[in-house]
Design a protein around this ligand. Structure first.
Ligand code: HEC
Ligand code: HEC
Ligand code: HEC
Ligand code: HEC
Ligand code: HEC
Length: 454
C-alpha cells in the first residue's frame, strides 16, 4: 500500500487528484449520513453540495490520477524500477481500489440524478427565479407530482434534452440574462401524451362535473351570488366515441392550429382530422391563405387548455371570492369585496404589502373591530403575496388560465368558419348547462343535497 502512495506522489497532478478524491469521499460520507439522519428537512444547498458538488470533485480527482501518471510516465518508470515493485501486486491493489471507487461514483451519480429530479432542486435552488412557481405549486392539486413528471417524463432522449436546457438555464441565471416574467407558452414542452396521459388517460375521464362558483356582490351587504354549472367535461365513452369538452383530446383525433402571436392567443386557422380521416378546416377573417402565420402548426393537447395545471396563478376575483366563502375575509365589514378588490390592485412591494394593507384597511374602516380588520388585512396580503412578484414582473393576469372563456373563445368565437360557412359552436350548452346563475341560495343546491352554510 505504501508503495502505491509513493506512486501517487510521483507527480503533482496525481497527488492533488488523490487528495481531492479522498477528501470528497470523506465529506460525502459525512454529509450523506448527516442528511439521512436528519430526514428530508435539509436545504437545497446542502443537497447540491452532497449530491452534485462532492461526487463531481470525487470523480474529477479520480480522473486526475491516471492523467498525472500518464503525463509523468518517465518519473513513474524510474520509481517503479527503484522500488522493484512486482507489477502483479500493484495491479491487484489498483483493481480493488478501482472497484471501490466505481461503487462510490455509481452511488454518487445515482444520488445526483435522483436529487436533480427532486422538487427541491427544481423549485428552490434558483429561488429568485423559481419561488413564484414553487409557492404556487405547493398550493396545487399536483403538489405531490414531481416537476419532472410533467417537464421531462420517461425516456433517455427527453432526459438529455432536459439536462442541456437545464445547463442553458443555469447559465442564464448566473449571467442574470433570463426573461422576466418567464415567457409562456413553453415552446419545447414535451407533448402531453407522454406526460399528463401517463396519469390521466382520455378513456378514464368521461362524464360531467358539477361546478359551484360561490361569488359575492360588490354591494355593502356583500350578497352571496352562487353560480352552478354542470360542466360537460366528457371524454371517451363506452361506445368509443368522445363527447363534450374532452372531445378535443380523444385518441386518434388530431386538431392542429396556427397562431399569429407568440402567446398563442390569436388563432386564425384550425384543422380537425377525425378518426376516419375526414378533414375540416376553420378559418377566421384575419386568415390570409397567401400569407399564413409563420411557424409549424401546433397539435392541440391538454396543455392548450390546462396551461396552468400545477403552479397556477390566481385571478384576483376568484381568490377573493374563495376567501370570503371560507370566512377568511369577513362579510361583516360593509362593502368589503369592493374595498378588497381596490386594495389588491394597488401597487405594493413584497416587503411593504402586509403593513400597507393593514393601514389601508384601518383608514377605510375607522372605528371597526380592530381584530376583524387585522385578520382581513392578513388574508388579503396573503392572497397578494401568492400571486405578485415585482422582481419577476409577475402580477395579476401575467399567467391567465386557458381553461376559461378566454381560452375557449380563441376558437369558439362564432367567427371561425369552415368551407360550408359552419362555425365552431358558440352554444353555451355544448360546454355547460347553467343550473343557477348568480342566485342567492340556489334551489338546485338544496335539491342536490348540497347545503350552503350561509
Ligand atoms: C402537472 C404538471 C406540472 C407539474 C407537476 C409542474 N409543472 Fe411546470 N408547467 C407545466 C405546464 C403544462 C407548463 C406550460 C405552461 C404554458 O406553456 O403556458 C409549465 C410551465 C412552467 C414554467 C413556465 C412559467 C409558468 O408558470 O408557466 C415554469 C418556470 C415551471 N413550469 C416550473 C415548474 C417547477 C419548478 C415545478 C415543480 C416545483 C413544476 N413546474 C411542476 C406543468 C407542470
Ligand atoms: C404523476 C401523475 C400525474 C401527472 C403526470 C399529471 N397529473 Fe394531473 N392530477 C394527478 C392527480 C393525482 C390529480 C388529482 C388531485 C386531486 O384529486 O386533488 C390530478 C388532478 C388534475 C386536474 C384536476 C384539478 C382540479 O382542480 O380538480 C387537472 C385539470 C389535471 N390534473 C391536469 C393535468 C395535466 C394537464 C397534466 C400534464 C401537464 C397532468 N395533470 C399531469 C396526477 C397527475
Ligand atoms: C378544450 C380544452 C381542454 C382540453 C384539450 C383538455 N381539457 Fe381537461 N378540462 C377542460 C375543462 C374546461 C375542464 C372542466 C374544468 C372545471 O370543471 O372547472 C376540464 C377538466 C379536467 C379534469 C378534471 C375532471 C374531473 O371530472 O374532475 C382533468 C383531470 C382534466 N381535465 C385533464 C385533462 C387532460 C389530462 C387532458 C389531455 C389528455 C385534458 N384535460 C384536455 C378543458 C380541456
Ligand atoms: C384551437 C381551437 C379550439 C380551442 C382553443 C377550443 N376548441 Fe372546442 N372545438 C374546436 C373545434 C374545431 C371543434 C369542432 C367543431 C365542430 O365540429 O363543429 C370544437 C368542439 C368543441 C365541443 C363539441 C365537442 C363534441 O361533442 O362534438 C365542445 C364541448 C368544445 N369544443 C368545448 C371547448 C372548451 C370548453 C374550450 C376551452 C376550455 C375549447 N373548446 C377550446 C376547437 C377549439
Ligand atoms: C366553448 C365552451 C364554452 C361556451 C360556448 C360557453 N362557455 Fe361558459 N364557461 C366555459 C368554461 C370552460 C368555463 C370555466 C369553468 C371554470 O371556471 O372552471 C365557463 C364558465 C362560465 C360561467 C361561470 C363564470 C364564473 O366564473 O362565475 C358562466 C356564468 C358562463 N360560463 C356562462 C356562459 C354563457 C351564458 C355562455 C353562452 C353565451 C357560455 N358560458 C358559453 C366554457 C364555455
Amino acid at each position: 500500500m505504501h508503495r502505491l502512495l509513493l506512486l501517487l506522489r510521483s507527480n503533482w497532478i496525481s497527488a492533488t487528484g488523490a487528495v481531492v478524491t479522498t477528501l470528497a469521499f470523506m465529506l460525502f460520507l459525512t454529509t450523506f449520513v448527516y442528511l439521512s439522519l436528519h430526514g428530508g428537512g435539509h436545504t437545497a444547498y446542502a443537497g447540491l453540495l452532497t449530491f452534485v458538488v462532492l461526487p463531481g470533485l470525487f470523480v474529477a480527482g479520480l480522473v486526475a490520477i491516471p492523467i498525472g501518471l500518464l503525463l509523468y510516465r518517465r518519473q513513474l518508470q524510474e520509481r517503479m524500477a527503484a522500488l522493484e515493485l512486482r507489477p502483479i501486486r500493484l495491479l491487484r491493489v489498483v483493481g480493488v481500489l478501482t472497484a471501490v471507487n466505481l461503487a462510490v461514483a455509481g452511488t454518487g451519480g445515482y444520488e445526483a440524478l435522483h436529487y436533480m429530479d427532486s422538487q427541491e432542486f427544481c423549485g428552490t435552488l434558483c429561488h429568485d427565479v423559481m419561488s413564484p412557481t414553487f409557492n404556487a405549486y405547493v398550493d396545487s392539486p399536483h403538489a405531490r407530482v414531481a416537476c419532472v413528471e410533467c417537464h421531462i417524463g420517461d425516456g433517455a432522449t427527453w432526459f438529455i434534452k432536459s439536462k442541456l436546457s437545464g445547463l442553458r438555464q443555469v447559465a442564464a441565471v448566473l449571467l442574470d440574462s433570463y426573461e422576466r416574467p418567464i415567457p409562456t407558452p413553453v415552446h419545447n414542452l414535451r407533448p402531453a401524451r407522454d406526460t399528463c396521459e401517463q396519469c390521466h388517460w382520455p378513456g378514464h375521464f368521461s362524464g360531467d362535473r358539477l361546478l359551484v362558483k360561490e361569488r359575492f356582490a360588490d354591494d355593502d351587504e356583500v350578497t352571496p351570488e352562487t353560480t352552478v354549472l354542470m360542466m360537460k367535461t366528457g371524454g371517451v365513452h363506452r361506445d368509443g366515441k368522445a363527447r363534450g369538452i374532452h372531445w378535443h383530446a380523444s385518441p386518434g383525433l388530431e386538431i392542429t392550429y396556427l397562431a399569429s402571436d407568440g402567446h398563442r392567443q390569436e388563432i386564425p386557422w384550425v384543422r380537425v382530422v377525425d378518426q376516419d380521416g375526414r378533414e375540416r378546416v376553420f378559418t377566421s377573417e384575419s386568415y390570409d391563405p397567401e400569407n399564413p402565420p409563420a411557424g409549424e402548426p401546433r397539435r392541440m393537447d391538454c396543455v392548450d387548455c390546462h396551461n396552468q395545471p400545477s403552479h397556477a396563478f390566481q385571478d384576483p376575483a376568484d381568490a377573493l371570492d374563495q376567501a370570503i366563502a371560507d370566512g377568511r375575509i369577513p362579510r361583516e365589514l360593509a362593502g368589503i369585496r369592493r374595498v378588497s378588490m381596490e386594495v389588491l390592485r394597488e401597487r405594493w412591494g413584497r416587503d411593504d404589502v402586509a403593513d400597507g394593507m393593514q393601514r389601508a384597511l384601518a383608514s377605510r374602516y375607522p372605528g371597526s373591530d380592530e381584530i376583524l380588520v387585522g385578520r382581513t388585512a392578513a388574508a388579503l396580503s396573503e392572497i397578494w403575496l401568492r400571486n405578485n412578484y415585482p422582481d419577476m414582473a409577475i402580477t395579476w393576469g401575467t399567467y391567465p388560465s386557458m381553461a376559461s372563456h378566454q381560452g375557449c373563445m380563441r376558437c369558439h368565437d362564432g367567427e371561425h368558419l369552415d368551407d360550408e360557412g359552419e362555425e365552431i359552436s358558440m352554444d353555451c350548452e355544448s360546454c355547460h348547462v347553467m343550473l343557477a346563475e348568480r342566485e342567492r341560495d340556489p334551489n338546485i343546491l338544496e335539491q342536490l343535497g348540497i347545503q350552503g352554510d350561509r
